[in-house]
Unconditional design. Structure first.
Length: 370
């Protein structure tokens, strides 16, 4: 055989072997990259869970989650938009606020309508410098490629997540399955924090006393209480309010409620949470204070409360010069205290206190620790 031909055959064999070897290495690298991306996704999920568990507002949690996405996936811009039942609201974004009007109206753009109706991601990019993305109305150059992810909770469309890059074709080789997992994590977070959002905003202001209602205690108030490992929860009831209402009328009963709440407000520090719990029951959360530190205060405040006198106005009889004896309505109170430990159920503590006040003898007027 011609030696030259043998050399060519050998070289072809070597080249073929190298190609096969390189393909094998490429597949391993791609597999390794995919594994790394999935590990990164799991890491992101753990960061999400850690964020959900933190004692912070819903708005803050979503901003932290968006920052995690930007950092972990090296994303230039990330925006989460949610429909709140009335309008589309940007929950988190690192895009300049001057572009927010455009960003929260992407559902109206023809480019993304099909994506929303089919619940599938949409990837768009430009091919030449003079082009711009369809939804960019008055801006040029900020974003040159974008991936749009519609968000659904229980098959109901609730908004979208969009990531953007300042480079064309930036997401050409992005593993959408990984980002799909991230999208589902975002949905899980939104679903979870929606319950927190409800609790945080369901409270109301009592029109007579000006105090927050009980719901405040479990939402915004709890974030203050949970800054400390241990706190004392105090609940008290005006035990004779029903008798006052029946004997003197509800106007006198209302004045009694107002005077009682005003006196307590004047005598507690601003870091303590004071709410009108329900009817004639009030609750005070002494953040970071144990029961022994509260007992003396409650003894003093109880004494002061029961000194309150609500004058009873009576119609003066005609043709009499005799001075009428003044009559007053006085509150009778019953206090009960319990310890709350951070991480346990605050509602379980308040329920125990409430049950005690509701079930005790109506003539009881003490300070009890349970």
């Amino acid at each position: 055989m011609d030696p030259f031909l043998i050399v060519i055959i050998v070289l072809v064999g070597i080249i073929t072997g190298l190609i096969i070897y390189n393909l094998s290495i490429y597949k391993k690298i791609k597999s390794f990259t995919n594994i790394n991306e999935r590990i990164s996704s799991l890491s992101v999920l753990q960061d999400f869970l850690d964020t959900i568990g933190k004692d912070s507002s819903v708005e803050n949690k979503l901003e932290v989650i968006n920052d995690i996405l930007i950092e972990k996936f090296a994303i230039k811009y990330s925006t989460i938009v949610v429909f709140d039942g009335a309008e589309y609201v940007i929950k988190a974004s690192n895009v300049d606020e001057k572009h927010w009007d455009a960003m929260k109206n992407l559902h109206t753009d023809e480019t993304f309508k099909d994506s929303i109706s089919t619940a599938t991601p949409k990837y768009i990019t430009i091919n030449s410098p003079e082009e711009k993305l369809t939804y960019q109305k008055s801006e040029m150059g900020r974003a040159k490629s974008a991936m749009f992810f519609p968000l659904y909770i229980d098959n109901i469309y609730i908004g979208y997540w969009i990531i953007e890059s300042s480079e064309p074709h930036a997401f050409d080789n992005t593993d959408t399955s990984v980002l799909g997992v991230v999208r589902e994590n975002i949905v899980s977070v939104l679903k979870t924090v929606s319950y927190q959002n409800t609790i945080e905003n369901i409270y109301r202001i009592d029109k007579f006393t000006g105090l927050n209602s009980a719901e405040y205690l479990y939402g915004k108030g709890k974030r203050v209480i949970d800054k400390y490992p241990e706190s004392c929860i105090c609940m008290f009831r005006i035990m004779n309010i029903e008798d006052v209402n029946e004997k003197y009328g509800r106007d006198i009963g209302t004045k009694m409620l107002i005077n009682v709440s005003n006196l307590v407000k004047q005598n507690i520090a601003s870091q303590y949470i004071f709410v009108r719990y329900m009817g004639p029951k009030f609750a005070i959360a002494f953040s970071g204070v144990d029961i022994t530190g509260v007992e003396e205060f409650t003894k003093t405040i109880k004494e002061e409360l029961e000194k309150i006198k609500i004058p009873i106005e009576k119609a003066k009889p005609k043709n009499t010069k005799k001075k009428q004896k003044e009559e007053y309505a006085r509150p009778i109170t019953n206090f009960v205290l319990a310890t709350y430990y951070k991480g346990t159920g605050l509602e379980a503590v308040t329920k125990k206190l409430e049950e005690y006040l509701d079930d005790c003898d109506k003539n009881e007027s003490n300070i009890n620790c349970i």
